[in-house]
Design a protein around this ligand. Structure first.
Ligand SMILES: O=c1ccn([C@@H]2O[C@H](COP(=O)(O)OP(=O)(O)O[C@H]3O[C@H](CO)[C@@H](O)[C@H](O)[C@H]3O)[C@@H](O)[C@H]2O)c(=O)[nH]1
Ligand SMILES: [Mn+2]
Length: 739
């Protein structure tokens, strides 16, 4: 029976495919006509030796080339969108399922509240999977006493929680979410009165658990240490408050704080995950691994079985590196003013699934251990010296690779085994990676601060494929930054990482095509090169405006056939965006949020990410991965919920945004005045439309600078400085005009 029906199925989204391809064709032709216009007008300018017009035309051409280049790169990810369905009920019996290790990472209890981290850990323990085949590892990069104490409490609570979830088939394994969403009724065979009693009891234990965490945070040091030996402890087995006897039906829970020394680079999350890879190889050595950020809990306990429907499919399995689920968020407000939900990413993943598979997204994926070891091309008789060079000096670890993923130490007593402890300490030491292939060809890659993107890229280069699964009930739910400041900082980090890749020999356009289909490389390149948007947008936010004030036209006039071309390019890209938004079930408000945030990110995050990457390239700075702050500020949260922007962001972000805004408003007003005088409507239409569009789209900035009085407004000093900068610019533009 088990083999007669497939475990999964897929189909192409035919309507999307047709719309996307038709749009690509029409938009492509329009772009070609646009460049024909630019080149002919540039040739005219050069022939007429019109030096004033040369520079602005060249700049605008560059910005149009950048926009079109990224548009072109984005096309393969729209070529063949694929949707997958899985049938977990067709999986073989539990005894035949492979085991799974879950890796959860946390870095700093002051930025990542213990309660949230523990909820993620507990939700992973409550996955619907045989307990003896589920092992949860928490990496504590802060090496913090508070986190260590908290996980012990989490273990105690989960001894009640996990059986409760199993008994009543609870759908939300994350207790905090469960008690706040009030999932109703028991499932099937239990009477509702028994359920009510049990639920009350478990709610009480959860309250006690929360109290205990509060106490820990109040009385224990939450400081983060950069200088400590490794700590590896199997929680609930050999812990100091008595040995548990009744652990048989509980997943294994392991706490790991790797060694950190100030003199050793620790490679951030990738470094932490690699330590977990090695430690878990010694303990459970599961063939599949689920990776979770500490802010991303399991919202559907069946995700493990769903992923197995793909990993165990004999047709996919040999080449399948990982199954990626989308990142969905529980804390997005209705207005989603900061576009925190990353909506634009997930349709691309569907498109990539029609090629060699989605990009690794850092969390919410089930990956094959073997893919991270990179042993697929190894000969059986590879010699030990080679293996040491590759995996480091631990023979036990090397043995684990060849042990065919059988648990190495299934016997509980062995956990306190001295030899094992010694090996674990070695594997979690900060110098273990030195002079090995860890972080380069083995495990998560260190090269860029977007370890997810870069690791996935390497796996695809090695011939692994990935698949994307987006079940209707989100398998995982996380927290997205809810302040403009946090979001721009996060994006600066992401795009710094992408720039590191783009500016290196690993550039997806050079390194990729030799190792994977060009279409797949283009999708990687779209992300890697998107920081270039900053150049395009700075030009478009300044140059047309400058010449509008001077009354010099840089675009075709309304009566020209090329006016139609420019209008078509603008409208077709906007309408395509709107179509994508509607087809993913969102409203027109999402369109304005995404447009606004795209511009804001381009003008700030992408700019700084590029500057940082260049500085790193010339060895002036070193890239780092500072985790986002997950502590919620009540006032900020309130503004966010009400859809009111919080402009309390660093001046470095706010000054460019505000200066450009004032500049656009001013140039529109002055330009409009000039047009009224000269009546050159047709000639200046496009140039007046650009600042007009920006003024409307970024209206919240105007409110923040002028109308609002609350704490989230733009600070008066920033507004003043921005006004000065833009006044200088506009006066320069108009003064020059009269000289
Ligand atoms: O030195 C570090 C830094 C971070 N983390 C952990 O990494 C995870 C992600 O950090 P977060 O601050 O939440 O960053 P985000 O920008 O939200 O993360 C996104 O972007 C990262 C790459 O920049 C990916 O690793 C993540 O999976 C992806 O969700 C968290 O669990 C952190 O605890 C560590 O373990 N060690
Ligand atoms: Mn996060």
């Amino acid at each position: 029976m088990e083999n007669s029906f497939p475990l999964n199925d897929w189909h192409v989204r035919k309507t999307h495919l047709a719309i996307n391809r038709l749009h690509a064709f029409l938009h492509g032709i329009a772009l070609l006509s646009l460049f024909y216009y630019r080149l002919t007008s540039l040739t005219d300018i050069i022939r007429n030796k019109n030096t004033t017009l040369l520079l602005p035309h060249v700049l605008i051409l560059i910005s149009e080339l950048i926009l079109s280049f990224i548009w072109l790169l984005s096309q393969p990810s729209k070529w063949k969108p694929v949707v997958r369905t899985v049938y977990p009920e067709r999986l073989p019996g539990d005894e035949k399922l492979p085991s799974i290790d879950v890796f959860v990472c946390t870095a700093d209890p002051n930025k990542e509240p213990c309660l949230e981290v523990m909820n993620t850990v507990i939700s992973a323990m409550a996955l619907d999977y045989p307990s003896d085949k589920l092992h949860v590892y928490l990496s504590d990069d802060g090496g913090s006493v508070a986190t260590f104490q908290a996980i012990k409490q989490a273990w105690k609570f989960s001894r009640f929680w996990v059986p409760f979830c199993r008994k009543y088939n609870v759908k939300v394994g994350c207790p905090e979410a469960y008690f706040s969403t009030d999932e109703s009724g028991p499932d099937g065979k239990f009477s509702s009165s028994q359920f009510v009693v049990d639920k009350k009891a478990i709610q009480k234990s959860y309250e006690e658990f929360k109290d205990s965490l509060e106490e820990i945070v109040a009385n224990t040091s939450t400081s983060v240490s950069r200088d400590h030996p490794p700590t590896i402890e199997v929680i609930g087995h050999a812990n100091d408050d008595g040995i548990d006897t009744d652990n048989n039906d509980m997943p294994l829970l392991v706490y790991v704080a790797r060694e950190k020394r100030p003199s050793h680079p620790h490679n951030f999350k990738a470094g932490a995950l690699n330590v977990l890879l090695r430690i878990s190889a010694m303990i459970s050595n599961s063939p599949y691994i689920l990776v979770l950020d500490c802010d991303m809990y399991c919202n559907d306990p069946s995700s493990a079985r769903q992923a197995m429907c793909l990993h165990l499919d004999p047709k996919l399995s040999p080449k399948l590196g990982f199954v990626q689920f989308p990142q969905k968020f529980y804390n997005i407000s209705e207005t989603d003013i900061y576009d925190g939900q990353l909506r634009y990413i997930w349709p691309r993943w569907e498109g990539l699934d029609g090629l060699n598979g989605p990009i690794l997204s850092g969390t919410c994926f089930y990956i094959k251990r073997e893919a991270l070891h990179g042993t697929q091309n190894f000969q059986e008789d590879v010699d030990l010296v080679q293996l040491h060079k590759c995996f480091g000096t631990s023979n036990e670890f090397i043995k684990s690779i060849y042990r065919n993923y059988k648990p190495n130490y299934p016997n509980e007593r062995k956990f306190s085994d001295d030899a094992l402890q010694k090996e674990l300490q070695l594997l979690a030491s900060c110098s273990y990676d030195n002079d090995t292939k860890w972080g380069k060809e083995v495990g998560f890659r260190y090269f860029a601060v977007v370890e997810d993107y870069f690791t996935g890229f390497n796996l695809h280069c090695q011939g692994w494929i990935s698949v994307y699964l987006q079940p209707s009930r989100p398998a995982f739910l996380g927290a997205s930054p809810i302040s403009l400041s946090e979001l721009l900082v996060q994006n600066t980090r992401w795009y710094l990482g992408l720039n590191q890749v783009a500016m290196s020999r690993f550039s997806p356009l050079v390194y990729g095509p030799l190792r994977m289909p060009i279409s797949q490389s283009m999708c990687y390149a779209e992300f890697a090169y998107s920081p270039l948007y900053f150049l395009a947008l700075y030009v478009l936010a300044v140059i047309p405006q400058f010449f509008l004030v001077r009354g010099i036209s840089l675009y075709p006039e309304v009566s020209s056939p090329f006016f139609v071309v420019f209008s078509f390019v603008f409208l077709s890209s906007q309408l395509k965006h709107v179509q994508e938004i509607f087809s993913t079930g969102h409203s027109i408000r999402t369109w304005s949020n995404e447009q606004r945030m795209w511009m804001m990110k381009s003008l700030t995050s992408f700019l700084y990410a590029t500057l940082e990457a260049v500085m790193e390239k010339i060895r002036l700075t070193k890239a780092s991965f500072l985790p986002t702050n997950k502590v919620v500020d009540d006032e900020q949260a309130k503004r966010y919920q009400m859809g009111v922007h919080d402009f309390q962001a660093p001046a470095l972000f706010m000054i460019p945004l505000c200066s450009l805004y004032i500049l656009n408003v001013a140039s529109f007003i002055i330009g409009f005045g000039r047009i009224m005088q000269t009546q050159k409507w047709g000639e200046m239409f496009i140039q007046a439309f650009i600042p007009f569009f920006a003024t409307i789209l970024h209206f919240p900035l105007l409110e923040g600078m002028v109308l609002r009085k609350d704490k989230g407004r733009v600070s008066p000093s920033v507004s003043l400085l921005s006004a000065v900068i833009s006044t200088i610019f506009v006066s320069f533009a108009s003064l020059g005009n009269y000289c």
